[in-house]
Design a protein around this ligand. Structure first.
Ligand code: NAD
Ligand code: MG
Length: 395
């Protein structure tokens, strides 16, 4: 029996993870949960899975959960940054699923690593902002870090079989999002509702918008760079609208290894939970004939500049990826709140990147300080923008 804690249990990855745990209740057991403000769903998860500890966003939501569950539920209910740390380090857990969205997941994931937990990592923003430091912590603690992101799970599964010195490049596939065939003029007019309609994956709102702008793939390039210790220039991206090949590894002799599967996050999540073993799951069968034909093309960074900004930030190193991520988190939130247009997202990120020199980052404190500064200046900028001026600006 493997004891599991889930950070971000009410989200898209969190709920799929709980579905798998329910399906294989003879193999996995939930000991800790952390979520934001969805008290009703957390209450249901507590009743269904009976964790020993649960954390919510703040004191009010924690109080509401206590009232819903009653005083006698026997679950320790905690909240805020300290609550997340308590849940992440909860002693009985063997593995922590890191599935909070954004840099807010950084400290609890580090705490989990330092507490000796294996990590199933969905949160990509924390590798983008603190990849070197995280990988160092993983090495020091001697824990397993198993990627949940489908592309990285694919690469992880392929390179497990090979000598790493024989890899010539990693090829990450991208669906291209809902606007892959839109002209620059059409992109000027896309709505939030269109951007939230992803063609192949059903995911949380932030990653869905990142997929539409191709920032998601940019973040994934940086994620792959740290996970697989691979130079950014050996990580390519191909548009593959069917999302059947989840990613590939090209070997020095021209062989390409690939991992294929249906577009269901259950596959990489289940693999991360059961690693290094595999669990039979006939419901996840891929019919290759029905999935045919498979097609590939190069991404267009003129229409989707976020991908280029991510490569540039990764090459520059230091604090640049932190700036990229913070500006993106703020811009996506503003777009979700209908405060800016879709094309403003890359504009805002570019402004943030151009404004700053590459800063040297040597610890988590400096990472979080830079993140906070970029958020503040980006929010200030947004407060003085009108949608009109941004749309008219020359991208
Ligand atoms: P989501 O928005 O559906 O869920 C996010 C979770 O984080 C929720 O449980 C929310 O309550 C929690 N959360 C947010 N802020 C919090 C806070 N301050 N304190 C405590 N909890 C907080 O997001 P998602 O789509 O599940 O994505 C999660 C992460 O996994 C992201 O980094 C995303 O890039 C990555 N990822 C997701 C998918 C997918 O299919 N959804 C695929 C690959 C990678
Ligand atoms: Mg992905």
């Amino acid at each position: 029996m493997k004891n599991i804690t889930i950070l971000g249990s009410t989200g898209s990855i969190g709920t799929i993870t709980l579905g798998i745990i329910k399906q294989y209740s003879d193999k996995f057991n939930v000991v800790g949960l952390a979520g934001g403000s969805n008290v009703e769903l957390l209450a249901k998860q507590c009743r269904d899975f009976k964790p020993s500890i649960v954390s919510l966003k703040n004191k009010d939501t924690a109080g509401a959960l206590k009232r819903l569950l009653g005083d006698t539920c026997g679950i320790e209910i905690t909240w805020g940054a300290q609550g997340l740390i308590k849940v992440a380090s909860f002693a009985p857990a063997d593995m922590v699923v890191s599935a909070i969205v954004g840099i807010v997941g950084l400290i609890p994931t580090i705490v989990a690593i330092e507490s000796g937990k294996d990590i199933a990592l969905a949160n990509k923003e924390i590798l983008v902002t603190a990849g070197a430091l995280l990988m160092q912590k993983v090495a020091e603690a001697g824990v397993n870090l198993i990627p949940v992101d489908s592309e990285h799970s694919a690469v992880f599964q392929c390179i497990n079989q090979v000598d790493k010195s024989e890899i010539s490049r990693i090829i990450l596939t991208a669906s291209g999002g809902p606007f892959v065939n839109f002209s620059a003029e059409q992109l000027d007019r896309v709505t939030l509702e269109q951007a939230l309609r992803h063609p192949t994956w059903k995911m949380g709102q932030k990653i869905t918008i990142d997929s539409a702008s191709l920032m998601n793939k940019g973040l994934e390039v940086i994620e792959a760079h740290w996970l697989f210790n691979m130079p950014v220039d050996k990580i390519d991206v191909l548009i593959h609208p069917q999302s059947i090949i989840h990613s590939m590894v090209e070997m020095v002799d021209g062989s390409i290894l690939a991992q294929l599967g249906i577009t269901d996050m259950s596959i990489p999540i289940q693999y991360a939970l059961s690693y290094p073993k595999r669990i039979p799951n006939p419901s996840l069968h891929l019919d290759l004939v029905k999935a045919s034909p498979l097609s590939f093309s190069h991404p267009d960074t003129k229409r989707f500049p976020c991908l280029k900004y991510a490569y540039d930030a990764a090459r520059a190193g230091g604090g640049k990826p932190v700036v990229l991520n913070a500006a993106n988190e703020i811009a996506v939130k503003a777009f979700l709140n209908k405060e800016i247009s879709f094309k403003d997202i890359p504009y805002i990120i570019k402004q943030a990147l151009d404004k700053r020199q590459t800063e040297k980052i040597s610890n988590i404190q400096q990472t979080l300080e830079l993140d906070a500064r970029v958020r503040k200046t980006t929010k200030n900028k947004l407060a003085h923008f009108t949608v009109r001026t941004i749309v008219d600006a020359d991208l």
